[in-house]
Structure formats: C-alpha cells, structure tokens
Design a protein around this ligand. Structure first.
Ligand code: FAD
Length: 337
C-alpha cells in the first residue's frame, strides 16, 4: 500500500477544479488489507477511480482510496465465449480496445467512456444502446472497513439505468478490485442507434463489424463531447428523467415535439439535454462554469471554475427545469460538498 500525504488531484479529475486530498491511499492485490483496515477505516476514505465523474465542491478532502492494479487475464473460454477478469485500476477504454483487438466482442459500443474498470459497474456505464451490466458476470470486492473479501454475481449487483447497489450508502466502504466479463468470440454488432446509423449511412457501410462500431462511436463521441483534457467536464451531469405516462401526456400537450424513449407500459424517459436546451440554457455561462454549447447535458469548466461555480450552476438548472416542466433532475455526477 502507498499512502500520500497532501496529494493534489486537480489535473486528474474530469472537471479540473481544485482538489487537494490530505491522505490518499493506493492499494493493489499485493496489499494485505487485513493488516490495514483499522488504519484505513479510521480515515473513512472516499473510494475513487480516475475521478472523472466527481464534482468536488469543497477544495479539500480529508481522505481517499483507489485501487491501482490493472492486469487482465482470461479465466476460462469455450468455442464461442471467454470470461475475462480485469483489475479495477485498468483504464476502461484501453480494456475495450484490447478486447476488440483480441477478437472478443460485446463492449465495443462503450468505447471512449472515460474512467476505470472498477467504476464501470458502480453506475452501470452505458452508451449507444449498451450497458456494461450486459457483459458482467461477477464483481470482486474488498471491505475497507474489515478487510473481508466478497464476490457479487451480476444479480447481486442489482443493476439498473446508471445505477447499482454499489451506489448505496451502506456500500460506500466496498472497494471493487476485479470485474469478470463475458465476451463473445462471435460478433453481434449493435448499430441501431440514431447517431450510429447516420454515421454508417454517410460512410456507405452496410454491414458494420464490431471494429467499425468502435471506430464510429469514437468518431461520434470526439465530435460531440468535449475532451476533459482540453475543457474540464464530467460527461452527462444529469440523468435522463423517467416520468409516468400521465406526466408525459400532459407535457406533450404543451410541447408536441417533446422527444421520449419507451421504458415500459407505465413510464417514459425524457432526454434531460432537451429540457435544458428548451429552457434556453445551452451555452449559458455562470461565473467560471457553463453549459456546453453542443450538448446541453454536459456542464463545463469554461474559465477557471471552482467546484462551487459548477455546483451553483447545476442548482440553477434544476430550479429552472422544475419551474418550467415540473421535473426535478437527478444528478448523474457524484457531488462531494
Ligand atoms: C467526457 C465524459 C464522457 C462520459 N460519458 C459517459 C457515458 O457515455 N456513459 C456513462 O455511463 N458514463 C459516462 N461518463 C462518466 C464516467 O466515465 C463514468 O462514470 C466512469 O465509470 C467513471 O470512472 P472513474 O474511474 O473516473 O470513477 P470516479 O469518478 O473516480 O468514481 C465514480 C464512482 O465510482 C466509485 N468507484 C470508483 N472506483 C471504484 C472502485 N474501485 N470500487 C468501488 N467504487 C468505485 C466512486 O466511489 C464513485 O461513486 C463520462 C465522463 C466524461 C468525463
């Protein structure tokens, strides 16, 4: 285990707002956590990966812990599938590309999502018609309070839209150390997402391969989303709200062009970016923070913003959307006050 005292994490975070950690623990599989739980637990550290999905409002954090191991191995394989285990510290996008190059398919739609393997199950990362839960077999964890190890099956993880049981308060001490994925040796490319379909039509590609899908999604994301290395951001700031059919029908009377996605017979999902855009907030600036001018769901550090600037902007957006549409937007980003 490595322990850093007074660690500056600012440049590693998504938003690039100032954040200083008093005590930063870095563990890997060689760490015998049963030797440390009292020591680590005493500081009650926040678990972080690459901190791409955090908004640090206060500029100081007492303590944080991260898992740094990043090895990948094949656990078992058949003619059609392989079970692959990755350590939590591995970069997610690197993993996607390495699997694709090894002709193991199924997660290519999730290319270029920032962050680590360990964070992927926490909010069940998803994009372009796929969620990581579709390919997870089990999640290996360690309690930083007791040093005990656990293995949770996919069902135990209770995955849903941008959610899992790891987001619950009682799991805040559970450090994910490894994730097992099931990947296919046969390609089943998923290209029926509007942006992806448009990309292939423009390129004249009729039967895209999984490699084509990854290439398309990387190009689409680079064009649409700001790169946190050049303009600080944490991806989608808010979740897309899921509302009842009655609420949706009432809104549709007033906004006939309101887009929606079918969830089930009782609820529909409305794009939060559309609500923000419709409120005239796309491109809006507040102190050093802003709403991205191409994608209203993304808040950005446009000019040396503090975490507080971005937080205040998010409250202002929530307030305006509530007043105009009667919908309270939930945040997707982890906010530490
Ligand atoms: C430009 C951009 C685009 C994005 N696009 C998408 C997208 O398309 N789809 C999507 O779903 N997300 C997207 N995100 C969000 C982000 O990529 C994911 O949330 C990612 O999983 C965060 O990884 P991280 O390592 O940075 O986690 P962090 O930000 O460090 O942590 C996120 C959460 O995971 C927990 N956590 C992290 N590591 C562990 C661990 N080892 N054990 C237990 N808990 C852990 C933390 O406690 C925290 O609750 C985007 C972000 C950015 C900046």
């Amino acid at each position: 285990m490595t322990e850093h005292i007074h660690h500056d994490l600012t440049l590693s975070t998504g938003f690039k707002t100032p954040i200083h950690i008093e005590r930063y623990f870095i563990v890997d599989e060689h760490t015998d956590c049963s030797l440390y739980p009292d020591h680590i637990a005493k500081h009650n550290p926040h678990i972080i990966g690459d901190a791409t999905n955090y908004l640090f409002v206060s500029e100081a954090l007492r303590s944080a812990i991260t898992y740094s191991g990043n090895s990948v191995s094949i656990v078992s394989e058949t003619e059609t599938h392989a079970i692959v285990r990755s350590e939590a510290g591995k970069n997610w996008h690197d993993f996607v590309m390495e699997m694709l190059n090894a002709n193991l398919f199924g997660i290519e739609n999730l290319a270029l999502i920032p962050g680590t393997i360990g964070a992927a199950p926490v909010q069940n990362i998803g994009a372009y018609g796929k969620e990581v839960a579709d390919n997870i077999i089990s999640v290996h964890c360690l309690s930083i309070a007791t040093g005990e190890k656990y293995v949770f099956s996919k069902e135990d993880c209770q995955f849903s839209y941008r959610n899992s049981k790891f987001k619950r308060h009682q799991f805040s001490n559970i450090l994910i150390t490894h994730v097992d994925f099931i990947l296919s040796k046969i390609q089943y490319p998923i290209a029926n997402y509007p942006d992806v379909e448009r990309y292939f039509t423009e390129k004249g590609i009729v039967n895209p391969s999984s490699h084509d899908i990854a290439e398309a999604i990387i190009a689409i994301r680079r064009n649409k989303l700001p790169d946190p290395l050049t303009i600080g951001n944490a991806g989608s700031f808010f979740k897309n709200p899921v509302v009842s059919i009655d609420v949706y029908q009432a809104l549709l009377q007033e906004y006939p062009l309101l887009p929606s996605y079918h969830v089930d017979d009782h609820t529909v999902k409305i794009p939060a970016g559309w609500l923000i855009d419709k409120s005239g907030l796309k491109g809006y600036r507040y102190k050093g923070a802003g709403v991205h001018d191409k994608q209203a769901l993304v808040l950005v550090n446009s000019h040396n913003a503090s975490g507080k600037d971005i937080y205040e902007l998010s409250l202002l957006i929530q307030q305006q959307i509530l007043e105009r549409f009667g919908i309270m937007l939930e945040t997707e980003v982890n906010i530490l006050l």
